[in-house]
Design a protein around this ligand. Structure first.
Ligand SMILES: Nc1ncnc2c1ncn2[C@@H]1O[C@H](COP(=O)(O)OP(=O)(O)O)[C@@H](O)[C@H]1O
Ligand SMILES: [Mg+2]
Length: 254
């Protein structure tokens, strides 16, 4: 089935509460195909809740969500066949080598020539030299890169990366940023959640800010910056940073 004409993600009026806690209060979001889309929000804003609903792991209370043209509530198997989900904790097997992890997933998905798939992905994510080593010996950044490589097996239309660099040291974060760019470079749509402004600034083609249960702003980095007038400084005109925009819209940390 071709669903090329549809958006990668289309969400309308999405609501979700946990008992009294109204986490999502009417989320509207449209993500076009291709590129990296960042869902930016503070800790506890509801980013993971959105991703879980889109990945069919959690049911919304109200609203609709379509992924790759399929409704998450009524076409869950089609949605699952269209996506991969990578969370904060790498889902790799420590005992196996990086290459064996990749081969295993390719086999589980009944793909032809799992060895070639594994070798191609190791090369794409700069893991060829480490490919034969047990994952237990990998650094945090290498594990996360292997996790990203695994998320591409089977060529999903939409890849969800939920806080891909949380808990990593600065050097590993930069490695993972390169890997995310590589991942998105071949037409895959990436929805990335992050609480880091610099991460959204570095990676995203478009950014949506989730705050108090709603998307309060969405656009390119340049569009978001235009929401604020340039700060007048005596000798130079300083452009607002994403941090200025975010803090103006969301307010200081309470
Ligand atoms: N299963 C759950 N039961 C109760 N509360 C939850 C559950 N999942 C998330 N929450 C709460 O919902 C809010 C949003 O959580 P989450 O979507 O994980 O935020 P984020 O990913 O943006 O940090 C938080 O206050 C969190 O504690
Ligand atoms: Mg989260």
């Amino acid at each position: 089935m071709t669903t090329r004409h549809t958006h990668a993600i289309h969400v309308q009026g999405l609501k979700k509460s946990f008992k009294e806690l109204r986490v999502l209060r009417g989320v509207d979001l449209t993500v076009a195909r291709g590129g990296i889309f960042a869902l930016l929000g503070s800790n506890g804003a509801g980013k993971t809740t959105v991703v879980k609903i889109l990945a069919t792991l959690l049911k919304a209370d109200a609203g609709t969500a379509r992924v790759n043209g399929f409704d998450v509530a009524t076409q869950a198997p089609d949605v699952r066949a269209s996506i991969s989900l990578t969370g904060q904790f790498a889902a790799v097997d420590e005992i196996l080598s990086g290459r064996e992890n990749l081969v295993l997933i390719a086999r589980l998905r009944h793909l032809g020539n799992p060895g070639k798939i594994a070798d191609d992905l190791l090369a794409r994510f700069s893991l060829t030299d480490a490919g034969g080593r047990k994952v237990a010996t990998y650094s945090g950044g290498m594990r996360r890169r292997l996790d990203l490589a695994m998320s591409l097996i089977g060529d999903p239309a939409v890849v969800f990366l939920d806080e891909p660099t949380t808990g990593l040291d600065p050097q590993a974060r930069v490695e993972v940023w390169h890997a995310v760019k590589e991942l998105a470079g071949r037409g895959t749509t990436v929805l990335l959640t992050t609480q880091y402004l610099d991460e959204a600034e570095q990676l995203a083609d478009r950014i949506a800010i989730l705050h108090q249960g709603r998307i309060i702003v969405e656009g390119t980095l340049a569009e978001l910056k235009r929401l604020l007038p340039p700060a007048e400084v005596e000798y130079v005109e300083k452009q607002p940073t994403l941090e200025d925009v975010f803090l103006t819209l969301v307010g200081p940390k309470t």
